[in-house]
Design a protein around this ligand. Sequence first.
Ligand code: SF4
Length: 340
Amino acid sequence: MNMITDLVRMWLTRSVKPFVFTGEFDSRLPYEECEQLGLYVHIPFCRSVCNFCPYCKMEYSKERCDRYIDALIQEIHLVGGRGEEKKRVTSLYFGGGTPALAAGRLKEIIDALGRYYDITEGIGVELHPSDVVLPVLRTLRDAGVTKLSIGIQSFQGRHQAVLGREAADPAALAARREELEEELARRRLEAEALSAAMDALTQANARLQERFSPELNRLAGAYMARLTGERYSAVSLTRELEGFVRAGGDVLPRSALYLSRGTADQLYLAVRLAVCRLCLPEKPPILLDDALTAFDDLRLEPALELLWELSREQQILLFTCQKREGEALAGVPGVTRIAL
Ligand code: SF4
């Protein structure tokens, strides 16, 4: 078989000289001007070596394969790091050899390449038929692989014997196919259910924003005005629930990010109370855990007044590790102090 391989090579190259691989690489690849650049990564390990195979390959050993990949990743950083900016490449393809033997490490290689190259048309991997199994396929999918190329060679046992390949077991292949079809059907159902749920959530969110936001802004603004002695009387919340307040003389609202800690906590308390009031019409107890710790004495007084007023309609449990709240509320009708 090797003789046939050699003869084919001579015929193709019109030369009797064997291939000679030389190490003339100088860490710089002249690909900057190349418009349709594709990357090929060779993983030269196979479980057993087929006697017809002309490619660069050797028998797999985990230790050797790991050393190869470590060196490969170093090489990628060495070469890729020389470029000024990311190079656009059409595709990335892993061949061999049997790249699936290193399936668990392909993501590391892809991530390393991703630092220097933008891959625009997907990532492919060559697979031996015996590696078309769910764990390998899942690992490849999670690594970002989008295309598979399966090297069947032949379905005939006698041809495979000549080629030095293990005969494929038709029953095992049929069972695997069935398993994959079931998995595919299950995934399709999941995808349909997720898509329907996403549509419903998006619509519900839009309706909620439309109906709920103005009321929430109004009530939170009213509470904020009470808490700040009318200094801030308007509150608005974005779709991402980022808070803004507007003071009397302000032309533009201020983001909560630029407020002092005490004012930001007043806004947070105003929004929480408004959400509780609007979302929980049954008025269950409201739990506030150290909600007033950033309030100075000037802020504390209107906050306790507001909470006391609201507590006439809805029980409020205010947990605090400070004495001042308890002292300020001592003797107020309807307030119970419990020391823990
Ligand atoms: S498995 Fe593929 S790459 Fe490996 S020796 Fe056989 S034909 Fe060559």
